[in-house]
Design a binder for this molecule. Sequence first.
Ligand SMILES: O=C(O)CCC(=O)C(=O)O
Ligand SMILES: [Fe+2]
Length: 291
Amino acid sequence: MSQAPCPPGIQPNLIPPPTPIITTSPSGNTLYEWPQIGLTLIHDFISPDEEQEMISAFHAISPIDPADTKRRISQHFGHHFDYTTFGIDESKHSPVPSYITNFLDRLPVDTEGKEKGRKPDQFTVQYYPPGAGIPPHVDTHSMFGEALYSLSFGSGVPMIFRMSGDNEARKLRLPKRSLQEALGAAVNGNAAEETGDKAGGVVVHPAWELMLPARSLLVMRGASRYGYTHGIRPRKTDVVDGMTVKREGRYSITMRSVRRGEEIDCDCPFPGVCDARVRQEQEAAERAEAQ
Ligand SMILES: O=C(O)CCC(=O)C(=O)O
Ligand SMILES: [Fe+2]
């Protein structure tokens, strides 16, 4: 085990995350861990051959359309993910392709606790054309198991993490339509860039960017899963190790495990961005109004 300042690709102009612990897994992969915030990045999680198979399988379903080179394209397997609610659409289910089921046994899963052995069963495969991003968001707490996985392939991209605050809490409490509008603006790059410590008069926490290289696996648990937003800035170039590099098309597989019935709940220490708490607040307000 060794301590190092940062994995390659961390942007020096942003607040750096706590120092990662770097280890080598039994299969020889380099592991970067930030245990304070529950974040793990595993390099070379899949092979270049597996990567090529995934890219071909993706485009067999969604061929590249030369007339549409800007939009993120998503494919859903298992239950479909709904990007307007960041929850699940129970009415739609698609079988999970073998290029995904083949590596499921290699995923690091909890070895103790109430989610012991729990594997993802909801998969969103996305293609980000060069320049495309995803607005900062917190994946819905109550609907999914704690561990969120993101496998990057095709090329790497920096993911931006920010401890959520009042701004995010306010957004989560907007009516659905406004939320969609806010997200739409952010996707198109029109939203105020929250690079300072204030956005729209609201204090925002410092952010840091972590380079997710092609074929790496990111695992978010704990604070990084429940209390931080994650996103990808829409831009054509990135600064990697002090050099400006052109973005290339990137693919990712986001993996989650769907909670059902009484499991649908959350008691995390981040009530501001917790959908379960928002629901409780709304129910309390409705009860108060009915009295
Ligand atoms: O593309 C990624 O790595 C992450 C996507 C994401 O955050 C999501 O689908 O919720
Ligand atoms: Fe996400």
